[in-house]
Design a protein around this ligand. Sequence first.
Ligand code: FPP
Length: 240
Amino acid sequence: MEKLNLDKLPRHVALIMDGNGRWAQKKGLPRSFGHKAGAEKLKTIVRFASDIGISAITAYAFSTENWKRPQNEVDILMSLFSSYLTNEVEELHQNQVRIMFSGDLSRLAKPLEQKMLDAAQYTRNNQGLTLNLAVNYGGRAELVRAFRSLADKIATGELKSDDIGEDIITEYLYTASLPDPELLIRPSGDLRLSNFLLWQTAYTELWFTPLNWPDFTPQVLVQALLDFQARDRRFGGLKK
Ligand code: FPP
């Protein structure tokens, strides 16, 4: 921790909370225990990240592809999101955390969708860490949605195709209010993006660990941040 340069933290960290099922299975427990432990771990990491001054975390909580899981597992995840909001929003609010969501929430049960919208509304003016939960989120679906909105604007004459550039596309994404993530962390040993933040990760530094998400700790986050600070980021240019 002493080696960490707090003035050079990534402003936005993307987090794929993977390996909950494997963590549970290794212990001979049902997968749902892994998701529960994963939700607890998110609380710990958000608290720590907020304390050290990271500005934003986008956590992949449920992908557009996760609907393919058994109904029972989908239900457990939805009820975890609901209890997380019931139990955590006030503390997050006290800590100045701004909660937001990325993804198509309209496919969720109405009371859960409403709880999410309420949490975002309640915390919208907070000035601390932004916790962006990606729920029913897919990077391709996000781009399709953006392109459709842009096509509508062109059809009504509000935009011309020549107006479309990288900045405008960025503005039409769920993450418009956030800088691109500078660091993406994926635990559990899988080395892929899984349709997460496809546009936003063009120059993101990727960091992987074989640990499963419930075994992730603030110390592991510090290691990822130290590695990030040692990386040479050139953005296609030459070394300084
Ligand atoms: C991937 O692990 C994890 C998920 C699909 C769900 C992530 C959700 C949580 C951590 C729960 C709570 C979140 C909030 C916002 C309260 P996996 O099931 O794919 O694990 P496996 O690859 O080992 O099977």
